[in-house]
Design a protein around this ligand. Structure first.
Ligand SMILES: *[C@@H]1O[C@H](CO)[C@@H](O)[C@H](O)[C@H]1NC(C)=O
Ligand SMILES: *[C@@H]1O[C@H](CO)[C@@H](O)[C@H](O)[C@H]1NC(C)=O
Ligand SMILES: *[C@@H]1O[C@H](CO)[C@@H](O)[C@H](O)[C@H]1NC(C)=O
Ligand SMILES: *[C@@H]1O[C@H](CO)[C@@H](O)[C@H](O)[C@H]1NC(C)=O
Ligand SMILES: *[C@@H]1O[C@H](CO)[C@@H](O)[C@H](O)[C@H]1NC(C)=O
Length: 250
């Protein structure tokens, strides 16, 4: 009997284990590029096989062992790391000009948003240097023009024209010039993907309950049968005893 219960428990655990495995398969590492981050759902490296369909906007490229993501509004950015739990993707600009990225990157038709709180700034393109309290963005400036990020409320000096006013994580500062600063995005899955994940979770819960219910039924049945067998053997003993006794009476 003990062996039988053990067998049932064993069945339950293996069944549950396989369900969990199937359930997790979608979220396990599905690839990588060079020594870059592990690429899991919802991302996918173009050309690499995965168990899920490519989702628009989450396709990455592997170029010379470097993981990159392409934005039509800007070009390629390097994928430095991805945090799947907190939905963060850290990028860096191969051109070392994050304020150039902020100026041009249009995330409106992508699943991405900046991870940071944004504030509007105006990019000014000036033919002369402004006062030293403004710091020009070196990677956007040339020898004959100077680009600044300023508060949109500022009166625009006559030597400048507004290139664009755009919501960005921060204005330019020489102290925080870095090719990755501010290039942290977060994402939202398309609605169809969300419902797919929900359905999957629901299905796996359903499957788990079915297995559990089935196991309990088998267990109860086994207990009942064993009680019956025990009972009937006891009955047999009892009858045997009666029989012997009645024989002794003779
Ligand atoms: C990419 O990396 C692999 C091994 O990590 C190496 O064999 C291959 O030559 C590399 N390719 C390029 C284009 O650097
Ligand atoms: C970007 O900066 C890194 C160091 O921060 C440097 O190694 C690299 O050559 C720079 N790239 C460009 C295109 O300027
Ligand atoms: C930036 O300005 C635009 C237009 O004035 C406005 O619609 C938007 O809400 C502003 N964004 C932020 C982050 O302040
Ligand atoms: C600033 O103006 C110069 C010429 O006037 C132009 O070549 C340059 O592309 C402009 N820069 C930006 C960021 O608009
Ligand atoms: C999820 O389930 C609902 C109803 O159960 C269905 O309408 C929907 O199409 C499913 N979504 C996916 C992506 O399978």
């Amino acid at each position: 009997m003990g062996a039988f219960i053990f067998f049932i428990l064993f069945l339950v655990f293996t069944f549950q284990g396989s369900i969990i495995k199937v359930n997790c398969a979608n979220y396990q590492a599905t690839g990588s590029c060079g020594t870059g981050p592990h690429i899991n759902y919802p991302f996918q490296i173009k050309g690499q096989q995965t168990q899920y369909e490519a989702i628009h906007g989450f396709e990455l490229l592997c170029k010379d062992n470097i993981t990159t993501i392409h934005f039509p509004s800007y070009g390629d950015l390097v994928v430095k790391s991805i945090s799947y739990d907190s939905k963060k993707i850290d990028l860096l600009d191969p051109r070392n000009c994050s304020h150039g990225v902020f100026l041009n990157l249009d995330l409106s038709n992508t699943p991405f948003q900046y991870y940071y709180f944004l504030k509007n700034y105006s990019y000014l393109n000036c033919s002369t240097n402004l006062s030293p309290r403004f710091i020009e963005v070196p990677c956007l400036s040339g020898s004959t023009y100077h680009v600044y990020t300023v508060d949109p409320a500022l009166n625009v000096p006559s030597s400048c024209e507004i290139v664009k006013t755009v919501a960005i994580p921060f204005e330019y500062s020489a102290y925080v010039s870095d090719n990755s600063l501010g290039l942290r995005l977060t994402w939202d899955l398309p609605e169809s993907e969300d419902s797919k994940t929900l359905n999957q979770t629901r299905d796996s819960h359903k499957a788990r309950y079915i297995v559990l219910g089935f196991s309990i039924c088998v267990f109860l049945l086994a207990t009942l049968i064993s009680i019956k067998i025990h009972g009937s053997t006891r009955n047999c003993h009892h009858k045997e005893g009666q029989l012997l006794q009645s024989m002794g009476d003779f």
